[in-house]
Design a protein around this ligand. Structure first.
Ligand code: AMP
Length: 104
């Protein structure tokens, strides 16, 4: 079970900004920008390499949640969205998550 699955299950505390039936958004515990959020699917998919065709709507939904949060947080003039993939790509938690970063 990934640390994010434990967060989703409420076993580990987090600062939650958004939740729906498929996705949760929390503040990164070690922020690398003024705003640093993690958009996490409740489905535990280890890495982008493990995505299945059936996951396409879920991944699209993650971007729409990012768009909505950027608007709600007034950072639409500048932010970054990124997935780290595998250890050499900087991925530490093997449960896909979209980083949303902004210094606005
Ligand atoms: P990555 O390196 O792409 O796997 O990103 C993992 C991110 O999760 C890092 O930016 C960590 O700071 C963050 N992180 C790890 N544990 C927690 C936690 N318990 N709550 C919030 N963020 C976390």
């Amino acid at each position: 079970m990934s640390i994010f699955t434990k967060i989703i299950a409420g076993e580990i505390p987090s600062e939650k900004l958004y939740e729906d039936e498929k996705i949760i958004v929390i503040k990164d515990i070690n922020p690398k920008a003024k705003t640093h959020l993690l958009i996490i699917p409740k489905k535990e998919i280890p890495t982008i390499n493990d995505l299945e065709f059936e996951d396409r709507e879920l991944v699209a939904d993650m971007f729409f949640v990012a768009k909505r949060l950027a608007k709600d947080l007034w950072i639409t003039e500048g932010y970054k969205l990124n997935f780290n993939v595998w250890a050499k790509g900087g991925q530490e938690v093997m449960h896909i998550h979209l980083h949303l970063l902004s210094d606005i």
